[in-house]
Ligand binder design. Structure first.
Ligand code: SF4
Ligand code: SF4
Length: 366
């Protein structure tokens, strides 16, 4: 059956799609184009497909759905696009229309079912405080670990908690649930907003003044997306911003280090300097930037639901990013998702570069 969808969300981006001049500048930066090598794997191809869906010139078949879900939503094309097209908005609106029409990739369906049932994408029955082994209480600072650090990369959440403790902070873990990022990226805005309200209610009850994040994706949600839907009655800070403000007395680390900007923290949230300020406080460390860095940083390939639905593509992109850090002993980043994906990519290419989160680097030196 030929399936033309009612693209009511895409209608809002019609002007954007029509503004694409097909110049192809987005090809030079798109991480998925590098991995796929076809025009449907780059912003301009995705603009054509979305426009086709809107005008009912194209049915929502498997190839169209795949191309729209292979975008990591890294936003690098928007920086490069002379027509200033909001590519990520177009892609995410197309995804909402596809989901509304009953099209969801099987691997995403599993993730969505898990968030609805357990409040996290990993099918975990434990709450985040249980996974972290701490009891939530009232305190000045709340630590929002996020599902990936709490359940899949606990070294990052444990390092963050240890840092807060060593700095004498009045902190607590939070009665958190999934921040909603994964739902928003897949195209379930309503479900994402429900998660937002759940988190705001739970955190407000704990009376914290400031919430600190070690996950770039959760941080972006609270900083950029929550305020569009719910009231956020506390300050939000990424742990790199929190640490950059502190007078840190760190031990020596005589290694060559470099830094990968997570798309969620950099291009989506505008935080570039804080992690670099923290790294500059490490005595003995020799810091050098990667070839593509800050606003021009290449995506690790893990975002936008791509790692869960297309793991091979995701690892291929990550491997290329790790290759750009071969001059360093340690590649530091600020997101558990980037850490996991870069490590997978590095393993595939046989890279010798050590990959770690900023908190994993700082904690033992504190
Ligand atoms: S850079 Fe912008 S205008 Fe040019 S092809 Fe890509 S999306 Fe279209
Ligand atoms: S957001 Fe990133 S992955 Fe998606 S089309 Fe743009 S550059 Fe490519």
């Amino acid at each position: 059956m030929v399936d033309y969808i009612d693209a009511k969300n895409l209608k809002l981006s019609k002007k954007d799609m029509m503004t694409c001049t097909m110049c192809g500048f987005c090809k030079s930066v798109c991480p998925t184009f590098e991995g796929i090598g076809k025009d449907t794997g780059v912003a301009r191809g995705r603009m054509i497909l979305s426009y086709g869906l809107l005008m009912k010139d194209l049915p929502a078949d498997g190839s169209v759905i795949e191309a729209l879900y292979q975008c990591t939503t890294c936003k690098d094309c928007e920086r490069r696009c002379p027509s200033k097209i909001k590519v990520v908005d177009v892609v995410e609106r197309a995804r909402r229309d596809l989901v509304d029409a009953g099209h969801m990739l099987p691997r995403h369906r599993k993730v969505v079912d898990s968030v609805r049932k357990y409040g996290n994408p990993y099918g975990e029955e434990r709450s985040v405080p249980e996974a972290l082994g701490e009891k939530p209480r009232r305190a000045r600072v709340g630590y929002f670990a996020g599902c990936t650090s709490a359940y899949r990369n606990p070294k990052i959440s444990q390092a963050t908690l240890s840092i807060l403790k060593k700095l004498g902070e009045d902190y607590t873990v939070l009665n958190e649930t999934c921040c909603g990022s994964v739902l928003g990226r897949i195209g379930l805005e309503e479900d994402a907003v429900k998660q937002m309200q759940r988190n705001i209610d739970a955190i407000t009850e704990q009376g914290v003044e400031e919430v600190v994040f070690s996950c770039a994706g959760c941080y972006r949600m609270f900083k950029e997306e929550y305020p569009r839907h719910v009231e956020v009655p506390f300050k939000v800070k990424h742990i790199s911003e929190y640490l950059a403000e502190k007078d840190l007395d760190l031990g020596k680390l005589e290694k060559k280090i470099t830094y990968h900007d997570p798309c969620h923290l950099g291009r989506h949230s505008g935080v570039y300097q804080a992690p670099r300020d923290v790294l500059s406080k490490v005595p003995g460390a020799e810091f050098k930037e990667m070839p593509k860095t800050s606003a021009e940083a290449r995506c690790c390939g893990g975002g936008g639901g791509v790692r869960s639905a297309f793991p091979e593509l995701s690892e291929k992109i990550a491997g290329r990013r790790v290759d750009q850090a071969e001059f360093a002993d340690v590649l530091v980043t600020c997101c558990p998702f980037c850490v996991t994906n870069l490590r997978s990519g590095g393993e595939k290419t046989g890279s010798k570069v050590e990959i770690c989160d900023l908190v994993e680097l700082v904690e033992p030196l504190l």
